[in-house]
Write a protein that binds this ligand. Sequence first.
Ligand SMILES: Cc1ncc(COP(=O)(O)O)c(C=O)c1O
Length: 347
Amino acid sequence: MFEDSVDPAMLRHHGDVDARPGMLDFAVNVQGLAPPAWLRERLAARLTDLGRYPGADDDRTARAAVATRHARTPDEVLLLAGAAEGFALLPRLRPRLAAVIHPSFTEPELALREAGVPVTRVLLERPYTMDPALVPDAADLVVVGNPTNPTSILHPAATLHALRRPGRLLVIDEAFADAVAGVGEPESLAGIAAPDVLVLRSLTKTWALAGLRCGYALGAPEVLARLAHGRPHWPLGTLQLEAVTATAEPAAVAESRRYAARIATDRAAMIERLAALGLDVHTPATGPFLLLRVPDGPLLRKRLADRCIAVRRADTFPGLGPDHLRLAVRGPAEVDRLVAALGEALW
Ligand SMILES: Cc1ncc(COP(=O)(O)O)c(C=O)c1O
């Protein structure tokens, strides 16, 4: 199901490929280099349990913790090996036509196409505001990221609700929702129990757990049952289950809210400094990354790489081109280095 205009290699490109070891990494959006010490200790404490299969009690505990965190019931929680597994399970719902809103993370489109699901792209123009009328009525599955990678746009919950139609499932990729500052998690639909809304969440970014593969889906029990049908037994390991439980606990959620506030402060400072260099930074930005448009993207990327700084090419996102770059929000010391390098690299 790949038309000539769709290049699977571009859809599979991720920021980790743009960052070589030793580079200052603005390409990957994971916070920090490793999970916090308390979380590493929680995981380490379970190493001695690895001789046993993950227990049903671990699964129950993790689902109960997630349910409490989002004011849902445990049967509305499906634990996943990362949000990416959630995308890979979507074809089991047998959609007739999936609409993916772009520019956005490309894994959902790739997973659907690889499974032979017909996919239509809905391309939003700058400023990337959602127009529900652009989504064909025939689409019975709609995938949207909120906040959206790479535009850093946060669609209002009311606009997301406007995408709902009888017979359609709305899938919201909230992999970065816990990085949005504000009261609760602004515009998140994680707490909405509706038969036609499926929310995917990830532990990867905020908890620097990219290597463990943890996430979950929140949705109606019937939808989750269809997603899970045919999955191997013990789909998540003991450490993954422990990580899900630990990061859903109130102290962890409070910590994630503090991260989000820090990201907002860092982001505002970073926007100001990049704008002072005359760079076109897309705003408003709400995620832990910024979308830039620069005069000669490939050359600037190369000049930054020569100075050991990695930024994410953004031309692999449908709707964007070679002059778009995505930069992770980083703290003042890293931004100092970036700005110094940009001062040399820009002509
Ligand atoms: C928007 C978005 N959704 C989902 C994912 C995948 O998350 P996970 O690591 O939980 O599979 C990513 C990873 O880059 C992402 O950027």
